[in-house]
Design a protein around this ligand. Structure first.
Ligand code: 2P0
Length: 330
């Protein structure tokens, strides 16, 4: 394998987190990380992961200033192996990863982290992979990471059968539709049940799972149409339908997965009240109690003012739709 960057001391991969407007929950192949249904996401410009590859140290694997745990090692190993065909314990580099937002709290830190690592390793090994190929590699670390390689509005592509695989493609870029996202953090502590674990439980035990798989395919095609037509009202409908169906599956999982807290529900109620007053706003919630409000930029300020009246919000992170993952070297 050619290493073109031997003279460099640090290669830094930078990638943004993403949120699915139209979600997936559940996998057809856990080992290969292949979802049971597609998803459509937006890239979040202000939620960033940085993965530095340090060529002057070896085998130091750090996430947010601490050595990585076994769970993170397994994720990183899958990405490293997909790029280098070697195990991570054979690495001749140091890896130092950081997020500028809470880790494992339902804000897709694994998506941005694995995407950042993929672009950095691609550069270090001089592979010149296309964005689609890097998306396929990133998916080995986390299915949602396939989406964080691209900027703008992104859809996953799943191929089934013997050589089953997944990657994501950009639908339209970040300039297609200027939307503003308000991420309302209601509890930044680490979630008790990880997405990977939760999805497997849901597939095994929720009576709603099969209906969810069928329904989500229609939600994706109708929602995609609304997005491409920039029809905010219709997109809101499908965004919330997707979110609520997914949470119904989570809540009917045994043991049940309640990712919400009382503040989560207060923010949902507020979004509906604001919409009645004519403000274009929709919400989505992932595997955690944070609520993401999506609006048009002119309405950001009035929504922020309304959020100030709600108890229990730790902080609100504002973001626009961001660009795809990239690399810096020095
Ligand atoms: C999504 N989520 O479509 C859904 C909705 C969370 C709720 O993708 O096991 O990071 O690491 O591949 O893909 C989060 O799960 O899980 C996710 P792993 P992934 O955004």
């Amino acid at each position: 394998m050619t290493i073109v960057c031997e003279d460099l001391k640090i290669i830094k991969g930078i990638a943004n987190s993403n949120i699915a407007l139209l979600k997936y929950w559940g996998k057809s192949d856990v080992m290969k990380n292949i979802p049971d249904m597609p998803s459509i996401s937006i890239n979040l410009a202000n939620l960033n992961s940085y993965v530095e590859l340090k060529t002057d140290i070896t085998k130091q694997l750090i996430l947010n200033d601490k050595p990585i745990d076994n769970h993170t090692y397994a994720r990183w190993n899958r990405v490293y192996k997909a790029i280098s065909s070697k195990e991570l314990n054979q690495i001749d580099l140091g890896i130092n990863a950081n997020n500028n937002f809470p880790t494992s709290a339902g804000l897709a830190s694994s998506a941005s982290g694995m995407a950042a690592m993929t672009v950095a390793l691609n550069q270090y090994y001089g592979l010149n992979l296309t964005m689609s190929e890097m998306s396929r590699v990133a998916s080995k670390g986390s299915a949602s990471a396939a989406r964080s390689i691209h900027g703008g509005f992104v859809e996953t592509v799943i191929s089934k059968g013997q050589s089953s695989d997944m990657h994501a493609e950009q639908l339209v870029d970040e300039n297609y539709w200027k939307l503003s996202i308000l991420i309302c953090v209601t509890d930044s502590s680490k979630k008790k049940v990880s997405s990977s674990e939760g999805m497997q439980l849901s597939k095994k035990t929720s009576e709603l799972y099969d209906s969810w798989v069928r329904l989500s395919k229609n939600i994706i095609s109708d929602g995609r149409q609304a997005l491409l037509a920039k029809d905010f009202e219709k997109l809101s409908f499908y965004t919330e339908l997707s979110c609520m169906c997914m949470h119904a599956v989570m809540m009917t999982t045994r043991p049940e997965l309640y990712y919400w807290n009382p503040t989560t529900l207060r923010i949902i109620t507020l979004a509906k009240e604001l919409r009645k007053k004519g403000i274009p706003v929709t919400f989505t919630i992932d595997a955690g109690p944070q609520v993401k409000l999506i609006t048009e930029p002119d309405f950001t300020k009035s929504i922020e003012d309304a959020l100030n009246e709600i108890d229990g919000i730790e902080k609100v992170i504002e973001s626009s739709i961001g660009e795809g993952a990239y690399c810096e070297s020095f």
